[in-house]
Ligand binder design. Structure first.
Ligand code: 4NP
Length: 146
């Protein structure tokens, strides 16, 4: 799960997916990162922690880290929140097989539409919407790949 800062959107995506992995008894690993390193080492944004907690998901075990090239080797799917994240991870791909692992996460809900999970960092009311979008997307990913 990849966004820009790894403090707002992708920590929610990781937490939601981890919760569903456990609920479905799947042997999957999920992690998250940001294309930027500005917030590396930090806890998720308090507003993401709050909306996760309201949905009985604890994301306070997470710490932000930057996306790295090895993530292509360690994961089968690289799911980005928006088109900028997509382009930035694509630049780090070593070959076409790695490029083919990258998808915009909302394309699991609205295929081919390249819908973005909007960056909620500068507002205060976007976090519930982000949670709902990611909850549906994670459910679709599980249905498709489990
Ligand atoms: P995220 O949100 O990419 O969903 O974690 C952001 C977090 C921090 C910044 C931008 C977006 N920032 O500019 O510091």
């Amino acid at each position: 799960m990849v966004c820009l800062g790894n403090i707002c959107r992708s920590p929610l995506a990781e937490g939601i997916m981890q919760n569903k992995i456990e609920a479905h008894g799947l042997n999957w690993e999920v992690d998250s990162s940001g294309t930027g390193a500005y917030h590396a080492g930090e806890l998720p944004d308090p507003r993401s922690i709050k909306v996760a907690k309201e949905n009985n998901i604890d994301i306070t075990n997470q710490r932000a880290r930057q996306f790295q090239k090895d993530d292509f080797k360690n994961f089968d799917l690289i799911l980005t929140m928006d088109a900028t994240n997509f382009q930035n991870v694509k630049k780090l791909a070593a070959n076409s097989e790695e490029v083919s692992k990258i998808q915009m996460i909302m394309n699991f809900v609205t295929p081919g539409m390249n819908q973005v999970v909007p960056d909620p960092y500068y507002g205060n009311d976007g976090f519930g919407n982000v949670f709902e979008m990611l909850d549906i997307a994670c459910e679709r990913i599980i249905e498709k790949h489990k």
